[in-house]
Ligand binder design. Structure first.
Ligand SMILES: [Zn+2]
Length: 121
């Protein structure tokens, strides 16, 4: 059966929410390094979740990537990185999609403005 792309995105969003709820219920920290998906507001991938237990000390960790409250991601490999049993889909949430679209439209507006200024000069 072939489903349209919008159906898959919806399924992946529901799966992500379900796994997020299970992770929080199972006591994982589940913090994100890239909550909005907008460039400059966090780093790493939007599907990364902290695999350490809630109220852990130190930085958040997704496999070998770590980040603090400033959302700056660094690569700190360890022998056996902790993991969650559920790998999230890379599909953005509706809110992330809106935020990215808004960011992109802002970038285009700046580009148009710069082009206009270059033509006038
Ligand atoms: Zn954490």
């Amino acid at each position: 059966m072939k489903l349209p792309g919008t159906a898959w995105r919806t399924i992946h969003r529901i799966q992500n929410r379900w796994w997020d709820a299970r992770a929080v219920a199972s006591g994982y920290c589940n913090a994100r390094s890239n909550p909005t998906g907008v460039p400059g507001e966090g780093a790493g991938y939007t599907h990364w979740r902290c695999a350490l237990k809630r109220a852990h000390e130190g930085k958040h960790r997704f496999r070998n990537a770590t980040w603090g409250d400033d959302l700056r991601v660094t690569h700190e490999p360890v022998q056996n990185p902790p993991g969650q049993p559920w790998d999230r889909r890379g599909t953005l949430t509706l809110r992330q999609e809106r935020a990215q679209r808004r960011w992109l439209e802002g970038q285009w507006a700046q580009m148009r403005e710069r082009r206009r200024e270059a033509q006038e000069a």
